[in-house]
Design a protein around this ligand. Structure first.
Ligand code: SAM
Length: 517
C-alpha cells in the first residue's frame, strides 16, 4: 500500500508575486492615491481603518505618501500581514490550510501569490500540467489579460481548497499600481477550522473532479456551475427545444443574468427561484410555506397576443378633452397592422442580428466593467481556470435570437395622413443610422470581443466601451421612437381601407402602396 506523503510536493515558497513575463509596474506619482486620514492615538481606527477612502476602494496606501506614516494600517499586502495558518492533509482533497488562530469576519487572511503570467501562457501551462498528469489546479484568473500561477511558486494560499459554502472569499486589491489577490474571511473562523473559498472554477473539458467540500449546497463537481460544464453534461434529446432561440440566455456571465443551467438543476439548487410551468402558470416559491397557503394561489397568465379571430376593434375615448370635443376614435387591434413580412434570419437592414446579440452581451459586459475590472470592487471573485479544449456543442441549435421586424412600408401604406407617414419614415431612417453606427463600432471591437469571449471581463478600452454604450442607447431610443410613432399614428390618424391602397412594385413583387393623400 502507498504511504501517505507527509509533506506536499515541492514548490518554491514566495510572499510576493513573481513577474516572469513582464516587469512589475512602476507607480507614477500622479497615480498615487493619498488619503486624508489623521493618526489619533486615542482612536486606533483613525490610521487608515474602515473610514480611509483608500481602504474603501481596495487600494493600499503608498509608503512615504500616507499622512499616517508608520501608523498606517492599510499596507497589509505589502507587509505580508497574514493570519496564522497551518497546513493539513485532508481526506480526498490533498493538502489544505487551517486557521491557526481565531480569524474575524472581513479579516485579511493571506495573499494568493504566484507567477504573474499572460492569459496565453496560462492556457498553455494548464494544458502542459494536465498532460503531465498534475491533478491539482493552481492557476487563478486575475483579469482578461493575466493570471497567477502558483503551481511551482506560491504562498500558502495555494493550499486553500474549494468549498461550495466557503468561509473565505477572494478580493482584488490595488497595491502600488498592481492588482493583487487576497483571501479574506467571510465570517468568523475559529482556530482549527479549514479555510476555503469558492473557486468559481471555470471548467473547459478534461477530467471532472468530484467536489468533496461536504457542503449541503455542494454542486457535485469542481466547476459544475461553469458554462462549459453545463454544456458538456447536458443531456440532449431529439425533440428537446430547451435551446430553441426563445429560451437562449443571451448573457454570458453567471451571477446576474440568465444561465444555461438546466432548469431542474436550477430549481434543485435554489428553491427561492420562481417556478414556471409550460402552461403559463407562475408560482412564487420564495417561501414554500407561504406559497402553499391560501393567500397565494397560482396565477394564470394569459398569452399576450390573442389569436387574430378574437381581436375586435375597440373604441377609445380621449381622457382629458371636454365632452363636446370628444369624438370617439377607433383603434384597430395591433395584429391588424400590416406587420407583414417578418424576417426570420435576423440579418435585416436594421442591423445584423449579431449586433443585437453582441450588444446584449457586450452592454452587459460594459455594465460590469467597473465592477469586474476594478480592483476596487471587493465583491469580485477570482476564478481558478483550467483551460482546455472547448467542448463541442452537442445538438445545440444556433444561439441566436430571432427578431421580428415590422414592415414600415406596409404600415405607411395604410396611413391616410402624409404627415403621419413622414414621421414614421423619419424615425425609421434614424433607426437605420443608429444600427449602422453600432455595426461599424462592432467591427472595431470585434477582435477584443472574440479574444475574450469566454470570460465576462472588460475587453476594450473604457472610451470605446463608452462609445458602445452611447451607440446602444441611441439604437434602443431610435427603435423605441419608431415603435411609438407607429402606435401613435396608427391609433390617432385615419387608416386607408385595404382596397384603396394602390399596389406598388418592388423586386418584381406587387405591394400595396399609399395614394397621394
Ligand atoms: C489550489 S489546489 C488546493 C490545494 C491542493 N489540495 C493541494 O494538495 O495542493 C486545488 C486542487 O485541490 C483539489 N481540491 C480543492 N478543493 C477541492 C474540493 N472541494 N473537492 C475535491 N478536490 C478539491 C483539486 O484537485 C484542485 O485542483
Amino acid at each position: 500500500m502507498e504511504e501517505e506523503p507527509i509533506e506536499p510536493p515541492p514548490y518554491i515558497y514566495i510572499e510576493t508575486n513573481d513577474f516572469s513575463y513582464r516587469r512589475h509596474k512602476r507607480q507614477k506619482e500622479e497615480d498615487i492615491a493619498v488619503c486624508e486620514c489623521q493618526y489619533d492615538l486615542m482612536d486606533p481606527d483613525s490610521a487608515c481603518g474602515e473610514r480611509c477612502w483608500n481602504v474603501s476602494t481596495n487600494t493600499e496606501c503608498t509608503p512615504g505618501y500616507c499622512p499616517c506614516g508608520v501608523y498606517c494600517k492599510n499596507q497589509r499586502f505589502q507587509k505580508c500581514q497574514y493570519a496564522r495558518t497551518r497546513l493539513v492533509k485532508t481526506e480526498g482533497r490533498g493538502w489544505g490550510l487551517l486557521a491557526d488562530e481565531n480569524i474575524t469576519s472581513g479579516e485579511f487572511v493571506i495573499e494568493y501569490c504566484g507567477e504573474v503570467i499572460s492569459s496565453k501562457v496560462a492556457k498553455r501551462r494548464s494544458q502542459t500540467y494536465e498532460d503531465q498528469g498534475l491533478t491539482e489546479a493552481y492557476i487563478i484568473y486575475l483579469n482578461a489579460d493575466e493570471s497567477i500561477d502558483a503551481t511551482k511558486k506560491g504562498s500558502l494560499a495555494r493550499f486553500i481548497n474549494h468549498s461550495c459554502q466557503p468561509n473565505c472569499e477572494t478580493r482584488k486589491w490595488n497595491v502600488l499600481g498592481e492588482v493583487r489577490v487576497g483571501i479574506f474571511a467571510k465570517q468568523d473562523i475559529p482556530i482549527g477550522m479549514e479555510l476555503s473559498y469558492d473557486y468559481n472554477f471555470e471548467w473547459f473539458g478534461g477530467a471532472m473532479v468530484r467536489c468533496l467540500c461536504g457542503a449541503a449546497s455542494c454542486s457535485g463537481f469542481l466547476g459544475a456551475k461553469s458554462r462549459g460544464f453545463q454544456e458538456a453534461t447536458y443531456l440532449w434529446e431529439d425533440d428537446d427545444d430547451r435551446f430553441s432561440v426563445e429560451n437562449i440566455p443571451l448573457y454570458d456571465s453567471a451571477d446576474d443574468e440568465p444561465t444555461s443551467i438546466p432548469r431542474d438543476i436550477l430549481l434543485a439548487e435554489d428553491q427561492s427561484m420562481t417556478q414556471e410551468s409550460n402552461n403559463g402558470t407562475v408560482q412564487s416559491t420564495e417561501n414554500p410555506e407561504i406559497a402553499s397557503s391560501n393567500e397565494f394561489t397560482p396565477m394564470t397568465v394569459e398569452p399576450l397576443v390573442a389569436s387574430s379571430d378574437e381581436l375586435t376593434p375597440m373604441t377609445v375615448e380621449p381622457l382629458t378633452a371636454s365632452l363636446d370635443e370628444i369624438t370617439p376614435m377607433t383603434v384597430e387591434p395591433l395584429r391588424a397592422i400590416p406587420a407583414g413580412d417578418f424576417s426570420e434570419n435576423g440579418s435585416t437592414e436594421y442591423g445584423a442580428q449579431y449586433a443585437d446579440d453582441t450588444l446584449q452581451n457586450f452592454t452587459h459586459k460594459i455594465a460590469k466593467l467597473e465592477n469586474q475590472s476594478s480592483p476596487q470592487n471587493n465583491n469580485h471573485h477570482t476564478e481558478l481556470v483550467l483551460v482546455r479544449t472547448k467542448p463541442k456543442f452537442r445538438g445545440g441549435k444556433a444561439k441566436r435570437g430571432l427578431r421580428k421586424q415590422l414592415n414600415v412600408a406596409d404600415i405607411c401604406d395604410r396611413l391616410a395622413s402624409a404627415a403621419a407617414r413622414e414621421e414614421i419614415l423619419y424615425c425609421e431612417e434614424v433607426k437605420k443610422q443608429a444600427a449602422a453606427e453600432i455595426d461599424a463600432l462592432y467591427d472595431e471591437i470585434r477582435p477584443a470581443i472574440e479574444e475574450h469571449e469566454r470570460d465576462s471581463q472588460d475587453n476594450v478600452s473604457t472610451s470605446l466601451a463608452e462609445q458602445w454604450i452611447e451607440a446602444s442607447c441611441s439604437k434602443y431610443k431610435a427603435e423605441f421612437d419608431l415603435s411609438a410613432a407607429i402606435i401613435k399614428n396608427m391609433a390617432s390618424t385615419p387608416l386607408r381601407a385595404k382596397e384603396d391602397v394602390i399596389p406598388r412594385e418592388q423586386n418584381g413583387v406587387l405591394y400595396l402602396q399609399n395614394g397621394s393623400s
